[in-house]
Ligand binder design. Structure first.
Ligand code: HEM
Length: 199
C-alpha cells in the first residue's frame, strides 16, 4: 500500500475507480436517461476542474505570492523554478477543462440550443438564466486573464534575461490579474450554484 501510494497518480486513479464503482451501481438502478448521464458527467468534470482551478487561485493569492514576497533570493529562485511553473500549468489546464465542460453543460441543461437538444423547448426562469449567464461571462473573463495576462507575464518573469523594468511591470500585471481572479471566483461560484439550486 505504501509503495502504491508513493505516486500521486496512483492515489488519484484509485479515487476515480472508487467513484466509478458508485456510478456503476447507480446505473444498474437508473432508467437509462442518456442525456441526463452526459449532463451528470459533464457536471462532475466541471465541478472537479473548477475545484482545482479555484483551489489554485486561492493557493497563488494566499500562499505562493506571500511566500515569494517573504523569501530571500535563493528561496525565491527555488519557488520560481519548482513550484510556480507547475501551479501555472495545472490551473491553465483546469481552466480549459472548466470552460469546455461548462459549454457541454450549457447544452445539456437547456441554456443553449434547447430546441436542438431536447424534444421541446426548456423553460428557464429569467432570474436563473440571468444569474447563469452573468456567471459565464465573469468566468470567461477569468479564463481570459489566465491565458492573456497571467501566462504571458509569467513567461517574462521566468525568463532570467528579462529587463528589470519589464520584469517589475510583469509582476504588477500578474499580481493584479491574480487578485481579480480571486475576487471573481466568489461571485462566479455563487452564480453557478444559485442557477442550479436557488429557487
Ligand atoms: C471559474 C469558473 C467556474 C466555476 C468556479 C464554476 C462552477 C460551477 C459549479 C460549482 C457548478 C455546479 C452547480 C451545481 O450543480 O451545484 C456549475 C454549473 C454550471 N456551470 Fe460553471 N463554473 C465556472 C465556469 C463556467 C463556464 C465558463 C461555463 C460556460 C461556458 C459554465 C457553465 C455552467 C453551467 C451551464 C452549469 C449548470 C447550471 C445549472 O445546472 O443550472 N461554468 N459551475
Amino acid at each position: 500500500m505504501k509503495g502504491f501510494l508513493s505516486r500521486p497518480g496512483n492515489a488519484l486513479w484509485a479515487g476515480v475507480m472508487i467513484a466509478a464503482l458508485g456510478l456503476g451501481y447507480w446505473l444498474t438502478q437508473s432508467y437509462g436517461d442518456r442525456l441526463g448521464l452526459v449532463s451528470f458527467l459533464a457536471r462532475l468534470v466541471h465541478i472537479g476542474a473548477a475545484m482545482l482551478w479555484i483551489g489554485m487561485v486561492w493557493f497563488v493569492n494566499f500562499i505562493q505570492l506571500a511566500a515569494l514576497r517573504e523569501s530571500d533570493d535563493a528561496g525565491r529562485k527555488v519557488l520560481m523554478q519548482q513550484i510556480v511553473p507547475r501551479v501555472a500549468l495545472l490551473f491553465g489546464i483546469a481552466s480549459h477543462v472548466v470552460v469546455a465542460s461548462g459549454g457541454v453543460l450549457l447544452l445539456t441543461t437547456g441554456y443553449l440550443l434547447d430546441r436542438w437538444v431536447f424534444p421541446s423547448s426548456v423553460y428557464i426562469p429569467s432570474a436563473r438564466g440571468l444569474m447563469l449567464w452573468a456567471g459565464v461571462i465573469a468566468a470567461l473573463v477569468m479564463w481570459g486573464l489566465v491565458h492573456r495576462v497571467i501566462w504571458p507575464n509569467l513567461k517574462v518573469i521566468l525568463d532570467d534575461r528579462a529587463n528589470p523594468s519589464i520584469l517589475a511591470q510583469s509582476r504588477e500585471r500578474l499580481l493584479i490579474a491574480s487578485r481579480v481572479n480571486l475576487m471573481l471566483a466568489v461571485p462566479v461560484t455563487f452564480a453557478m450554484v444559485a442557477a442550479a439550486h436557488l429557487y
